[in-house]
Design a protein around this ligand. Structure first.
Ligand SMILES: *[C@@H]1O[C@H](CO)[C@@H](O)[C@H](O)[C@H]1NC(C)=O
Ligand SMILES: *[C@@H]1O[C@H](CO)[C@@H](O)[C@H](O)[C@H]1NC(C)=O
Ligand SMILES: *[C@@H]1O[C@H](CO)[C@@H](O)[C@H](O)[C@H]1NC(C)=O
Length: 265
């Protein structure tokens, strides 16, 4: 079954030029983050230690990422406390998935509800290098022009070599849904479960391999790298999963539907 899912996923990636999972290039126009400064950022790796997506630790047992990063739970390893991916620095913690929970509304052809929770087999230990991501409240938004930061280990794997690479980050302004959804841009393909970010001149963006990674506004993970059209294209901002639309689903998945008074943070 997992092999099938993996093949399915590869097929999806070959057919959907928009997905940002494959490793082709890295955060565009950004800079290296300070070591271990984004402590809730995790790397999703294949069993052969190839980074393929980012994610955020939202609970000691749970990672938030994009649904299109699902390559099958037997194929995945989650690494927290990382800075230079592919180099052992002594700060890393590794966990295998126990269970993947993809959002029931996820649609791989429209990229709607591109969100998934990964329950870990063993909890991560919170320390100087690993912390939990602050999430936005249900239904809250960020206004156009607000500056947010996206981070990732997306990198170029052409040639197959594993280049040691530090976490990179770039600042991008929020683009209104109206502008992003207009005929000059994504022409009706933006749903209310997506937010867009990028400069009108382009040049700064997330890219392949950054999928699932956090877009942080006002200190909270408002977005997750989801899809786009090229990377850093002036006409097409990056498209992110709108995390605040799913805060209730996240809490209910982690704590169960009845724990209304016991949300984390
Ligand atoms: C995904 O969205 C497309 C376009 O709206 C729709 O035709 C299709 O049935 C949807 N697929 C699923 C699995 O919901
Ligand atoms: C919008 O989605 C349709 C259907 O998936 C696709 O054919 C089209 O290229 C997309 N347009 C843009 C601008 O993304
Ligand atoms: C984007 O445009 C499409 C087609 O007009 C519409 O169905 C959709 O609701 C719009 N998205 C947003 C976020 O308004």
């Amino acid at each position: 079954m997992n092999l099938l899912m993996c093949l399915f996923c590869l097929l999806l990636d070959l057919t959907s030029i928009h997905s940002r999972m494959l490793m082709q290039s890295r955060i565009i126009g950004g800079h290296a983050a300070a070591p271990n400064s984004i402590k809730y950022m995790v790397s999703l790796q294949s069993t052969s230690s190839q980074h393929f997506c980012g994610g955020s630790l939202v609970h000691r047992y749970w990672v938030l990422t994009a649904a299109h990063c699902n390559i099958g739970e037997d194929q995945m390893m989650i690494v927290a406390g990382d800075y230079k991916v592919n180099i052992f620095e002594g700060t890393e913690q590794y966990a295998k998935p126990h269970r993947l929970v993809t959002h029931p509304l996820y649609n791989s052809s429209t990229n709607n509800a591109d969100i998934m929770l990964i329950k870990l087999r063993a909890p991560m230990v919170l320390n100087k290098f690993v912390s939990l991501a602050p999430l936005p409240r249900q239904g809250t938004g960020v206004v156009e022009g607000h500056l947010c930061q996206v981070s990732g280990w997306g990198h170029n794997s052409v040639g197959g070599g594993q280049v040691p690479i530090e976490l990179r980050t770039v600042t991008v302004p929020i683009v209104s849904a109206a502008r992003c959804n207009s005929s000059d841009s994504f022409n009706g393909n933006i749903t209310t479960n997506m937010i867009c970010a990028g400069y009108q001149s382009g040049g700064k963006d997330a890219c392949k391999g950054d999928s699932g990674g956090p877009l942080v506004c006002r200190g909270r993970v408002y977005g997750m790298v989801s899809w786009g059209n090229g990377c850093g294209d002036a006409k097409f901002p990056g498209v992110y999963t709108a995390v605040s639309r799913f805060r209730r689903w996240i809490d209910q998945t982690i704590y169960g539907p009845h724990l209304r008074c016991f949300g984390y943070r």
